[in-house]
Design a protein around this ligand. Structure first.
Ligand SMILES: C[S@@+](CC[C@H](N)C(=O)[O-])C[C@H]1O[C@@H](n2cnc3c(N)ncnc32)[C@H](O)[C@@H]1O
Length: 355
């Protein structure tokens, strides 16, 4: 590992190959790169927008756009990368090979500057994602591939182009690789979907209106104080509750008492002391036969771990939109959250809300 020789929170408005070449090896925790996609066209910002006048070219020609030094470097030092480039030339043509040369030299530098515990997201789309996957495998090693994230960029739309006979293109691809075996990873959680919440967290607590499910309090294996009968009581026709003061020993008129064993062949998952704590905290709820269950509130659950299909980040809109043609939404910064608690604090995600 080396100390960074560049300024923190600084935007370098330069060719990134020059910047990368000046950076110390193994000095970067995370790379999130959103390069050209090889779309075969130029991009211009919307006139009269904040980004008006900005443009970039995303067309690649072997003769104009590939520097001979890049070819020498790749051929000499990275024969596997050269094979990927050559095979793209055979299956697609010179333009793809030129684009992959541009990408190859930069990704090689990116690998060099990454720390052993670092990782990289490469944003692309299906135009070149499969060639880029092969390029990344050649540079970072196939075993360091972690995820291919499918990001649904836009809602389904009917394509107005006359005569188009293909599926609507609504997703981008993010390839995620680690450098070494001990990469930094903090899980991210997202909201449960409404259907899941309604099916699995059916109960709503009176008063607080908190949604919960009834959790099983029994266990398959014994362990300490787990074979007792849980004492419960109720007034005739009333609801079961814990008999915490052993009222059953001198029963009151009009009350019913019983000791409830765990389900047949099972044990309690908690000691009587734990169960009393649950009862005092109002965490127990009873079925008709007096069996206690644990109130598992949805608002205490972490959510679903982030999966590799993202449909919850819509394109930039409103004030966030600058008019830059390939601008990515701020919510995509969730990439950074996997990295560290520090980034998590600097860039808090929208708080989760449960229906
Ligand atoms: C797909 S766009 C990404 C835009 C950006 N992520 C955003 O949210 O606005 C690709 C970007 O790569 C930039 N680019 C192209 N060649 C570059 C190079 N050699 N060094 C640095 N940036 C480059 C282009 O100017 C363009 O802004």
């Amino acid at each position: 590992m080396a100390a960074p020789n560049f300024n923190n929170r600084t935007l370098y408005h330069l060719d990134n190959l020059d910047v990368l070449r000046g950076m110390n090896s193994e000095s970067v925790h995370l790379i999130a790169t959103d390069p050209p996609f090889n779309k075969g066209r130029d991009f211009h910002a919307t006139p009269d927008s904040l980004a008006a006048g900005a443009r970039f070219q995303d067309r690649w020609k072997w003769d104009n756009d590939v520097h001979p030094d890049w070819v020498d470097k790749i051929q000499d030092d990275w024969p596997a990368v050269w094979s990927v480039i050559e095979s793209s030339r055979e299956s697609w043509g010179d333009d793809m090979a030129a684009f992959l040369c541009f990408m190859g030299v930069r990704l090689m530098e990116m690998r060099r500057v990454l720390r052993e515990d670092g990782s990289i997201y490469l944003h692309c789309d299906p135009t070149a994602s499969h060639y880029l996957k092969a390029l990344m495998d050649a540079i970072f090693g196939g075993k360091n591939f972690l995820s291919e994230i499918i990001w649904q960029r836009t809602n389904a739309h009917s394509d107005t182009k006359q005569g188009r006979r293909q599926h609507g293109r609504i997703h981008d691809v993010l390839l995620y690789y680690k450098k070494g075996s001990n990469w930094i990873w903090n899980p991210i959680y997202t909201d449960y979907d409404k259907e899941y919440v309604e099916n699995f967290y059916r109960e709503i607590e009176e008063g607080t209106k908190r949604r919960y499910q009834r959790g099983d309090l029994t266990a398959a294996k014994p362990g300490g104080d787990t074979s007792y009968k849980w004492r419960v009581k109720r007034s005739i026709g009333g609801e079961w509750a814990a008999d915490l003061s052993d009222e059953w020993k001198s029963p009151k008129q009009g009350w019913e008492y019983k000791g409830v064993p765990p389900y047949k062949g099972r044990y309690w998952g908690f000691s009587q002391d734990n169960m009393r704590e649950f009862a005092n905290e109002g965490r127990l709820v009873y079925s008709r036969n007096g069996m206690p269950r644990y109130k598992r509130y949805i608002d205490e659950m972490p959510g679903v771990t982030l999966q590799d299909m993202w449909a919850d980040i819509k394109p930039t809109q409103g004030k966030e939109r600058t008019g830059y043609p390939t601008q990515k939404p701020l919510r995509k910064r969730r990439l950074l959250h996997a990295l560290s608690e520090q980034t998590r604090r600097l860039l808090p995600l929208r708080p989760r809300a449960h229906a």
